[in-house]
Design a protein around this ligand. Structure first.
Ligand code: SF4
Length: 341
């Protein structure tokens, strides 16, 4: 489908009075004719649900893969990174609000035809395409159109996502996904309801599905002082990771900076991040990183067996000093990750 004007959405149903029901994410928006869903980009035109941001990508960069962040997926590589508009959550602390709050009207100039993306995906040393910056999965139709073709040409498909989708469409997306960084934004339904406008349980189930389907998953947990840094949430999250996933899923505890509608909360103290990292490692999580904080060696990777450093990172400069064919070069233990194309 090359014409964004006429793109009918997937996963919706017709309701009475020409309303439609979108079934893509747990909000299940009921949308009257001429209206739009919470995400702002799925609109009812003439009693049909349309994907109004189909192929609209105003942000395009060639990024280090570590910036997603993905630390155990083709380290040191670069990936063509696309940001669209809209979001199905409403995080008070959103750091990409200029994209997530944007609407599709007047954005036609940013349309990237699928054939062009597929043609350009591997240019300039890119390993594929990362759908990132805003919430990518609400642009479901475009991603489903391009992903199989991208992968058939050897390009990797990556999502940086909030994981807040209904299980059916989520499974469809994950079938065509190589790697995902998925946010777990807090570890209580209260946090998700008040701060993010979504449901935690949906996200947790989707993380599990992605891991079980063989997608390379890393988790991002933004540590917000006074909101999700308490022992109950952090401890619960770590226990869930260990009991429901496995101990080698990489996790990034990221530093919060005031933004958008959460300007009254200070940046996360470095000591809090260090304490949480120590707690996760102490309980058995093998690959724990701290993001958005300069200095230190908390972004290096260590062998879970002999504890020697296998990958050193300095910002986006990467040295695989102790990794050989996916194993620790000192004790030959397999290091979980995707190391070769
Ligand atoms: S994807 Fe958008 S329109 Fe559909 S249910 Fe979610 S928020 Fe509503």
């Amino acid at each position: 489908m090359e014409n964004m004007e006429a793109m009918e959405a997937c996963h919706w149903k017709a309701l009475d009075d020409n309303d439609v029901g979108c079934m893509l994410c747990p909000h299940e928006c009921r949308i009257a004719e001429g209206g739009r869903g919470i995400c702002g980009i799925r609109v009812n035109r003439g009693g049909k649900l349309q994907a109004a941001a189909y192929g609209i990508y105003p942000a395009i960069h060639l990024d280090p893969i570590e910036k997603k962040p993905l630390n155990h997926f083709l380290p040191g590589s670069r990936i063509l990174s696309l940001g669209s508009i809209g979001c199905n959550l409403s995080c008070r602390h959103c750091q990409n609000w200029s994209l997530s709050r944007e609407r599709p009207e007047g954005m036609e100039g940013y349309f990237i035809p699928p054939h062009l993306l597929i043609e350009k995906a591997l240019d300039r040393g890119s390993v594929g395409v990362a759908f990132t910056y805003n919430e990518p999965t609400i642009n479901f139709e475009y991603i489903m159109d391009v992903s199989p073709q991208l992968r058939s040409r050897g390009a990797k498909v990556v999502h940086v996502t909030n994981g807040h989708l209904h299980p059916g469409p989520w499974g469809e997306l994950m079938e065509h996904t190589d790697a995902a960084n998925i946010d777990v934004k807090g570890f209580s339904e209260e946090f998700y309801g008040k701060i993010a406008g979504g449901r935690l349980q949906t996200v947790l189930e989707n993380v599990k599905t992605a891991v079980n389907m063989g997608v390379h998953v890393e988790i991002a947990y933004l540590v917000i002082p006074g909101h999700n840094d308490d022992d109950g949430q952090v401890g619960g999250f770590i226990e869930w990771m260990l009991s429901e996933l496995h101990d080698q899923v990489p996790v990034h505890f990221n530093r919060f900076h005031p933004d958008h509608r959460m300007l009254d909360v200070p940046p996360t103290p470095p000591g809090t991040l260090q304490r949480i990292r120590d707690q996760a490692i102490g309980r058995g999580v093998k690959h724990v990183f701290i993001g958005n904080l300069g200095g230190g060696d908390f972004n290096d990777s260590y062998c879970p067996e002999c504890k020697k450093k296998v990958i050193e990172r300095n910002m986006y400069t990467v040295r695989q000093k102790g990794l050989m064919e996916g194993r620790c070069k000192y004790c030959r233990t397999v290091i979980s990750g995707v190391w070769d194309r």
